[in-house]
Design a protein around this ligand. Structure first.
Ligand code: HEM
Length: 263
């Protein structure tokens, strides 16, 4: 009978011990639960958000970067403007090249190679010419120490032609802008100024060397003078004549006609 209380105490002690052990066992179970929840919920959820949020700024960054591109485009413009001056600087050579293509013409009494775009022959006279929008630049050359002349667009024999008639005497050039008022004969082509017109020879020069006379002259393609013939682009009749004296009246030693084209 004395052993019962002891057993009761022992059982009670075991129960107490059992309860004591169960409580600490629950604590570690709860502890891992907490860290497990933290990464699983907050982190993944926050991570996607965070990149999404991070993506947004880049989008916003892209806009500024576009805006940055615009200024850079604007920055590109000045160089283009900077490029213009060199082009403008390049223009002068082009402008310099233009006269090379069109009249390197000089009123110096010498027919230089390539000075004229065209040439034609009649009555033993060679007629050289080139033109721009406003003027005819011409030269005539013949083996004579007398006068040489050309006439543009006669209507009846010598009548109606616009003449440029000249000769060289003692290194001096005598030249006249004339108009044909009769079909032939002396006095058939008086100077325009005597008819009430104007002398429209803009520039001229001449030479006489080794029996060859050369006269160069510049006239308007369309002077507006009633005693000149407008030299429109296309075909025109050219009459030519060569004299043997230094004057404006003695009859030609040779005369002829041909057709020329004005550009
Ligand atoms: C300088 C004074 C001139 C005189 C006195 C003169 C006189 C004459 C005479 C008399 C004729 C007709 C006889 C012939 O057919 O030979 C004639 C015709 C002719 N003359 Fe003149 N002439 C003069 C200037 C010129 C000039 C400057 C040119 C041309 C640039 C010219 C071109 C012609 C031509 C092409 C004929 C032939 C016309 C035809 O029959 O269709 N003459 N000239």
């Amino acid at each position: 009978m004395s052993k019962k209380p002891y057993m009761i105490v022992t059982i009670a002690s075991l129960l107490i011990l059992a309860v004591g052990c169960a409580s600490p066992a629950n604590t570690p179970t709860a502890a891992p639960a907490s860290p497990t929840n933290t990464p699983q919920q907050a982190a993944p959820s926050a991570t996607p958000l965070s990149p999404t949020a991070t993506t947004a700024p880049p989008t916003a960054t892209t806009a500024p970067s576009t805006a940055t591109t615009a200024p850079s485009t604007a920055t590109t413009a000045p160089p283009t403007a900077t490029t213009a001056p060199p082009t403008a600087t390049a223009a002068p050579p082009t402008a310099t090249a233009a006269p090379t293509a069109q009249p390197t013409w000089q009123a110096d009494g010498a027919i230089a190679p390539d000075e004229y775009a065209h040439q034609a022959q009649a009555a033993g006279l060679t007629f050289y010419w080139t033109s721009d929008d406003t003027y005819l630049y011409a030269g005539m050359s013949a083996a004579t120490e007398g006068w040489i002349a050309v006439g543009f667009d006669p209507e009846q024999r010598m009548q109606g032609a616009n003449y440029v008639f000249g000769y060289v005497q003692d290194d001096q050039v005598f030249i006249e802008d004339m108009y044909g008022i009769r079909p032939a004969g002396a006095g058939s082509h008086p100077p325009d100024v005597e008819l009430g017109g104007s002398n429209d020879i803009v520039a001229y020069a001449g030479s006489q060397q080794d029996g060859v006379t050369v006269i160069e002259f510049q006239i308007p393609l369309d002077s507006g003078d009633a005693y000149d013939k407008p030299l429109t682009p296309g075909s025109h009749t050219l009459i030519a004549a060569v004299g043997s004296s230094d004057d404006f009246v003695s009859i030609h030693a040779s005369r002829g006609a041909t057709t020329i084209e004005i550009d």
